[in-house]
Design a protein around this ligand. Structure first.
Ligand SMILES: CC(=O)N[C@H]1[C@@H](OP(=O)(O)OP(=O)(O)OC[C@H]2O[C@@H](n3ccc(=O)[nH]c3=O)[C@H](O)[C@@H]2O)O[C@H](CO)[C@@H](O)[C@@H]1O
Ligand SMILES: C=C(OP(=O)(O)O)C(=O)O
Length: 436
């Protein structure tokens, strides 16, 4: 079983480059399926497991896909299949984002119904409500969801009960090729929604107002391939910001956008962290003593749920009682048990976790329960006594390119090892691996 092993105590310094955003590139790749003319060239594509899964979905349905370095080429001109089987959806829920594009282009799409996952039940009822409002029939059965229509989709007014990111994206993509005007009310406002809208507009779509709560889409009859560069990953950036703050470090996070991370920066500043906007990124300087804060996760521009577990690590180092309340997902606290194995003092009360700090964290063997929880445990390892071993790295690989290498370059004592035989890597073995 592969593990990341961290020996805590090092201060991080230097600079680290942020990759293209996972949550922007996945919908953009899905949208390339709507180009009935010309090839799409997407650059700044992160080499993540999720990107390869999305690439496999596209190949499965007959699109021609090629990836070299960080550039992805998609040619979807030839007729496509309209079904994506279970194996892809179990690896990555974002595979449901092919529903909107395929429905709009072919009048039919079928994908395995995503089940619950470690962070909550995650239904797709709002996506389906949008498709129905545009005239599609929805059939759910035998573990699959099928959407179809024998007439072109028609523009509609769709109110989302909550500003779902995926539903906004799926409906926006379907509406781009529908007849007439669609308005998405209470739409998600994340920067990744704006990136998708920009990509669609370069393909010939007419999307107005992305980034606000009302998005208007005037349908067109055809979309074409185009070129686009993916926005930087604000969650990867945030993870390194926390790493710098935790270790009393001084790190330049190259490519990090101030505007995309306002809520995180504001909380970090409240805790005593210095964040400086520089021409090519954000510099983060960790203080000697961190103050406690209360945080509530919310849809953008509120505090992102994808930074909740990493911030919990920072709270563990802060002096006083911090409370973190999760309002976006109903069950995103699986990492609390793992933190406790590292001597963390925290208590779950309903949708909140009460964190008592500062804690002397102790290294332990812990499991990544989802990708951000995995990153948070690696962060905790950076400030723990002794050795921390993080397993279930498949989760981390969904969302982070070379997390170990990047932290090592900043000065962390960290290794990723394949240890089929060694159940417990001792300090000596770690020293040997580190010096290889
Ligand atoms: C690939 C991608 O971009 N993933 C992000 C996206 O996920 P995703 O698009 O799945 O998240 P949503 O914004 O849709 O989900 C937010 C909440 O709405 C609920 N909901 C959603 C859709 C629906 O039809 N019905 C419903 O009840 C979900 O269960 C959840 O409680 O946004 C989340 C919230 O910022 C992030 O944590 C994920 O990293
Ligand atoms: C929850 C996340 O992603 P996904 O929606 O792809 O599971 C995440 O990026 O933290």
């Amino acid at each position: 079983m592969e593990k990341i092993i961290i020996k805590g105590g090092n201060r991080l310094t230097g600079s680290v480059k942020v990759e293209g955003a996972k949550n922007a590139v996945l919908p953009v790749i899905a949208a390339t399926l709507m180009a009935s003319k010309g090839q799409s060239k997407v650059s700044n594509v992160p080499t993540l497991a999720d990107v390869y899964t999305m690439k496999d979905v596209l190949t499965h349905i007959n699109a021609k896909v090629k990836m070299t370095d960080n550039i992805l080429y998609v040619d979807a001109v030839n007729p496509l299949l309209t079904e994506a089987p279970l194996e892809y959806v179990t690896k990555m829920r974002a595979s449901v984002l092919v529903l909107g594009p395929l429905l709009a282009r072919y009048g039919h799409a079928k994908v395995a119904l995503p089940g619950g996952c470690a962070i909550g039940s995650r239904p797709i009822d709002l996506h389906l409500k949008g498709f129905e409002a545009m005239g599609a029939e929805v059939h759910v059965g035998n573990g699959y969801v099928e959407v179809y229509t024998d007439k072109p989709l028609k523009g509609a007014k769709v109110y989302l009960d909550m500003p779902s990111v995926g539903a906004t994206e799926n409906i926006m993509m379907a509406a781009a090729l529908a007849k007439g005007k669609t308005i998405i009310e209470n739409a998600a406002k994340e920067p990744e929604i704006v990136d998708l809208a920009n990509f669609l507009n370069k393909m010939g779509a007419k999307v107005i107002g992305a980034g606000t709560e009302n998005i208007k889409i005037i349908g067109v009859t055809e979309l074409h391939g185009t070129e686009h560069s993916i926005i930087p990953d604000r969650i990867e950036a945030g993870t390194f910001m926390v790493a710098a703050a935790l270790t009393q470090g001084n790190v330049l996070i190259e490519g990090a956008e101030f505007e995309h991370s306002r809520s995180l920066i504001s909380k970090m500043e409240e805790m005593g962290v210095t964040v400086i906007e520089e021409p090519n990124g954000l510099r983060v300087i960790g203080p000697e003593k961190l103050g406690a804060v209360d945080i509530k996760t919310l849809p953008h521009p509120g505090f992102p749920t994808d930074m909740q577990s990493q911030m919990m690590t920072l709270m563990l180092k802060s002096t006083g009682t911090s409370v973190i309340t999760e309002t976006v997902f109903e069950n995103r606290f699986m990492h609390v048990e793992e933190f406790r194995r590292m001597n963390a003092k925290m208590k779950i009360e309903g949708r909140s976790v009460i964190v008592e700090g500062p804690t002397n964290l102790q290294g332990a063997e812990v499991q990544a329960t989802d990708l951000r929880a995995g990153a948070a445990l690696v962060l905790a390892g950076l400030i723990s006594e002794g050795y921390t071993r993080v397993t279930e790295l498949k989760h981390i690989d969904r969302g982070y390119v070379n997390l170990t290498g990047k932290l090592k370059a900043l000065g962390a004592d960290i290794e990723r090892i394949e240890d089929v035989n060694i159940e417990l890597v001792s300090g000596d073995q770690f020293e040997r691996i580190s010096s290889l």
